[in-house]
Structure formats: structure tokens, C-alpha cells
Design a protein around this ligand. Sequence first.
Ligand SMILES: Nc1ncnc2c1ncn2[C@@H]1O[C@H](COP(=O)(O)OP(=O)(O)O)[C@@H](O)[C@H]1O
Ligand SMILES: O=P(O)(O)O[C@H]1O[C@H](CO)[C@@H](O[C@H]2O[C@H](CO)[C@@H](O)[C@H](O)[C@H]2O)[C@H](O)[C@H]1O
Length: 454
Amino acid sequence: MPKTITPRPRTAVGVDGPLVSLGALLREWLPRQRWFAGKDRPVTELSVLSVTELFPGCLHLLVHASHAPVPTPGGTPPPGDCYQLLLGLRENPVPRLERAYIGRAVEGPLAGLAVYDALHDPRSANLLLERLRQPGAAGPLRFEADPGAHLPGGLPPRLLDAEQSNTSIVYGDAYILKLFRRIQPGVNPDLEVSAALAAQGCTRVPAPVAWFGTTEPQPATLGVLQPFLPDATDGWTLALRALAAGDDFTGEARELGRAMAEVHLALAEAFPPAGPGENGRTAEAMCARLDAAAHAVPGLRPFVPGLRTAFGALATCDTGPAAQRIHGDLHLGQVLRAGRDWFVIDFEGEPSRPLSERRVPQSPVRDVAGMLRSFDYAARQRRPWRPEWARRCREAFCAGYAARAGWDPRKKHALLRAHETDRAVYEVLYEARHRPDWLPVPMAAIKRLAVWGG
Ligand SMILES: Nc1ncnc2c1ncn2[C@@H]1O[C@H](COP(=O)(O)OP(=O)(O)O)[C@@H](O)[C@H]1O
Ligand SMILES: O=P(O)(O)O[C@H]1O[C@H](CO)[C@@H](O[C@H]2O[C@H](CO)[C@@H](O)[C@H](O)[C@H]2O)[C@H](O)[C@H]1O
């Protein structure tokens, strides 16, 4: 069962804690947030795991949202998730913070105060940067910085309003702070991997300059500050632009393949290799994920037998490239092009998987499959959809990858197909939960992948 930070007894909001007043507000507000993972299951209880006054008028909270357990094949989903919140408290709602307004506390010691998401407030964002500039402790929170980094103060903050799994603030177009929203115990691979790659001398990944975490109720990473690439455009935007203009994207795709191979080589240097992947175990895990996804998304059920053949073929094929640390959630939105160079960001892995699982070495083919799926997503953004455009980008990406990695993903047919299928299954679940309008995109791939040879 995925690990999550779980509540201790007697701290439940609405029981007798000092935050008695926030329970009702958060219960209504949390499920509406893009980053809230349990949208498909009602919240049965909210508990406050830790509260720290970060500065006057700003509370840092770790909150656990419990859900009624739903038995599914492949395991019971976690009873809930832990989320990081920064809450601003003011006497009166501030008009310019209207979008961030959560509500007015009606009971308890905070009664009468206006409560809002403090990350929208430039004053709180500034104070947070100041905290990162001065490493040290605040209650259970620990702020740390790269000793070689000299962070300037007074950089104007700007909240990114991209649809994200987390929340990011850009400071003066020089740094970007990502606050993880869904918190699991342990070091977050986004910090762990980017720090290891920086130590390795890999310049394709922005190196962390400061970060913070908590020691309670269990050690966990809460946020990472990295250099911001001001003139960068993400691969998704570039791909859609090329499609709209009828432009070829194969040159970019080839370069991207090369860049990704370089990152994989650096990752293999930075973390001990794990030996040949065990395809049988990987196939079993893929089958279990398929069953769980089909349980949650009925539209997937007719395709299960066909999809299983891809996993069956994996179980009996050659081992393939050694398992190693990988990106884990690679798609066009995770790569940035600045000038002629591609950079790779967000090494967090698939947000719905337990951290421990995301840190396990996996086949690099998984990342290749993620990017191939992304070309398909992009090509389906236009009508009529452009299968030829996607096919050529996929070829070019693999060719660029092969030129640098020394092995060609196209020659690992069964491995690639199984990982692409597993990734499409993940996408079906992701879209069903977060963006039901997008569900037809991965479902189209599912229909294709369920037919052997398709
Ligand atoms: N170092 C950076 N430089 C420029 N833009 C960045 C950088 N890091 C992230 N971004 C922008 O922020 C967006 C969200 O970042 P990401 O790490 O993918 O967050 P999430 O995990 O919430 O999806 C990216 O799509 C990109 O546009
Ligand atoms: O960027 P995140 O780490 O939050 O990743 C999650 O959200 C992505 C969408 O924003 C999702 O990616 C899927 O949609 C993309 C287009 O928006 C497409 O390029 C990807 O190929 C597709 O997987 C990702 O799966 C999810 O983990």
C-alpha cells in the first residue's frame, strides 16, 4: 500500500484543536484544487498533522484528508493523502487576493479572520524567500541552501498560474520555488535527482539552490528553489505552435532525444546501476496497475485482454537496458527549450505513485515511452488529428536518443510497447481524475495498443 503521512489521534480539525475553525472551510476548498488527488472519493475526515506560524499572519500546515477505503484489484487505495498549505490570516479579505480567498473562520481562536491561500500574497511569497535565504529551523520546518549559492533578496514574486500538480512562484525571473502540495514521507526525487545531476556536472537540469522540509510527523521534502530559465519555452507549447503552423518538428524532436539520452547517462553515473531489469516482475506490476485502472474507469474494461498481451510479451522478451533512476513522468511539458538547448525539469515522477516506488530504478525505456505518448497527445490537439506528424516526431526522438545512448529504443519493440501501454493506462486514470474532457486522447491510444501489431 502506498505510504502516506498519516494523522495522529486527537488532532482532527473539528474535534478540539486550536484550528477548530478551519475544518469546514478546508473541507470545501481542498477538493476544488487542481493538485488535490482525491477528487473521485469523498473526504471523510480532515486532520491537521502540523501547524507552524511561519511569520505573523501566515500559518504553515500539513493536513491529512482521509477517504473511505475502496477495495480494488491490486490493492486498496491509501486511506488518504497529506497536503501542504500556507494559509494567510487577515482581519478583512483583501480585494486583490480575491482568487485566493478561502473563507471566514467562524469558530475557535481564529473566529472572524479571513483565511486565504498565502501563496497568492506577494508579502508571504517575499517572506518565504527571505526564510530560504537564511537557512535554519522554524518549528519542525528546516530551511537549507547550497552553501555556494548567494541568493539576492527583494526579488518580486509571481505565482505561476499553469495547471500544475504543485504550486510554483517565480522570483524576479531569476528563481523558481516549487512547493509540493501532496506530501509523502522521504526525500522528494525532484530534489534528490536534480542535486545528484548537478553534482555530476549535468547542465541539462536546473540545480537546486535552496530547499525546505519537515521533520514531523515524518521527514519529508516540502519545496525546492531552482534557477528560472526566463527565455525558455516548454516543449508542449513549441509542439502545438509547430502543429498550428504546419511546421516540421523533427529537428527539435531529434535534439530532444539526444538531450534525454544525456540525462539518462548522467543519471546512470549519479546513482548505482541496478543490473538488468526484471521484465517478469515489471509485467506483473503493469498488469496490476491495469486492473486497478480498469476498476476505476469502466471505459477501459473491454480493452483489458488486448492490453495484457503487451505485458505478456514483455515478460518473455530480452532484458533490455539496465534499470536505473529515470525521470519517471516524462512528457513535453517537462522539457524546456532555451536558445538551442533542451533542459529537463520536474523529476518528481508520476504524482499518484508512492515516493518509494518512484525512486526505484526502472527501465529508461519508460521515459522514452512517456515522450512518445506526448507526441501523440500533441498531434491529437488538432482536428483532423495528425498521426503522420506524431509518427515522424517519434522516429526522430528515438533516432536522436539512439545516437547518444548507444542503443535504439525502436529495436526494443516489446519493451517499448509494454511501457507505452502502461503509460497510456496511467494517463487514462490521470485524465479521468483530473481532466475528464481529455480522456478520449489516451483512450484512442488504448484502442490502438489493445490490438496486437497496432
Ligand atoms: N527552471 C525553470 N525555468 C523556467 N520555467 C520553469 C522552470 N521550472 C518549471 N518551470 C515552469 O513551471 C511549470 C511547472 O513546473 P513543474 O516542475 O512541471 O511543476 P509541477 O510538478 O507542478 O507540474 C513548467 O511547465 C514550466 O513552464
Ligand atoms: O506535469 P505533471 O507532473 O503535473 O504531470 C501530470 O500532468 C500532465 C498534464 O499536465 C500529464 O501529462 C499528460 O498530458 C500532457 C498534455 O497536457 C501530455 O503532454 C502528456 O504526454 C500526458 O501524459 C501527466 O501524465 C501527469 O503526470
